[in-house]
Design a protein around this ligand. Structure first.
Ligand code: G3H
Ligand code: ZN
Length: 288
């Protein structure tokens, strides 16, 4: 099944597929382990820093090998690619199922022009494109500062703009903002479900992705999947945080161990438990 087939199935059957950021090899192993145990399709994704760390060609090979090893539907997404040239290069290299061209730092019109170039190259190769025009606040880490909720609400997606953006660009997936933020914060806003409903109605058949999947209460995520027909939920911070906590513990408890791979089996299990819990919330278990 192609990426489009999976997203279509998710929308028809009312579940979302987790798009998990791969910050290191242990996280990749954990995500695959969880997908196997829950019989779930999965998206693995790499943002710019993660691409720089692994190298593009290594990512393609790692994911290809993981598909063979774990025998699960494993889709590969380029996450928050800010430059159209870089996005086009990834499409050219091949091996990616989806690319997220994030032109939200550009003006609306320029974003549309750049996104159109990406869509045309991607569709020629059967790759799906995700677009974004409102910049999502925060970064994928545990934030200790408070969010200015009033200020944040100014960045929420305008449904009319969403309709114009998807019509003019032809993107397959839209990443709107309706209370979702990157990273976790001491207090997070509730998701604006009525705005999400309006966005869904405005974008027609375009798939909707929810970024900032860490730190949102399970009942809100479930409601957003129902109300918004969300088919993809991006998760990064909770995986990074599980890795850091579990690895620190393993490191402290084994002062005489020098082989990295002997420190990580429990770390992988701890991250896999987080991924399994997300899969349960997204409703993607037993869909193979
Ligand atoms: O694109 C990546 C995600 O939106 C991750 O967000 O770090 O809040 O889970 P998160
Ligand atoms: Zn994101």
């Amino acid at each position: 099944m192609t990426s489009k087939d999976w997203l279509t199935k998710a929308r028809a059957e009312n579940f979302a597929i987790g798009a998990f950021n791969i910050d290191n090899l242990d996280i990749l192993k954990a995500v695959c382990t969880a997908a196997v145990s829950r019989k779930s399709p999965i998206i693995v994704e790499f943002s710019q820093g993660e691409v720089d760390y692994f190298g593009l060609e290594n990512i393609v090979d790692l994911v290809k090998n993981a598909r063979e090893e774990y025998k699960i539907p494993l889709l590969l997404n380029l996450d928050h690619s800010k430059k159209s040239e870089q996005t086009l290069k990834v499409i050219e290299i091949g091996g990616f199922d989806n690319v997220h061209f994030d032109g939200s730092d550009l003006g609306f019109e320029e974003n549309i022009e750049e996104a159109k170039k990406v869509v045309s190259a991607a569709h020629a190769k059967g790759v799906l494109v995700e677009g974004e025009f409102n910049r999502i606040a925060g970064s994928s880490q545990v934030h200790t500062e408070e969010i200015d909720l009033e200020e944040l609400s100014k960045s929420y997606t305008d449904p009319k703009g969403a309709a114009e953006f998807v019509t003019k660009t032809g993107v397959d997936i839209l990443a709107p903002i309706f209370g979702n933020v990157h990273g976790t914060f001491p207090i997070e806003p509730d998701l604006d479900m009525s705005l999400l409903k309006e966005i869904r109605e405005a974008v027609g058949d375009t798939f909707i992705a929810m970024h900032g999947g860490s730190g949102i209460a399970a009942d809100q995520v479930k409601e957003a999947i129902n109300v918004g027909g969300i088919v993809k939920v991006n998760v990064n911070t909770e995986l990074r945080s599980a890795f850091k906590d579990a690895f620190s513990e393993s490191f402290e408890e084994n002062p005489k161990e020098y082989a990295y791979y002997n420190l990580t089996p429990d770390v992988i299990l701890a991250i896999a438990a987080v991924v399994e819990a997300k899969i349960d919330v997204f409703g993607s278990a037993n869909r193979l």
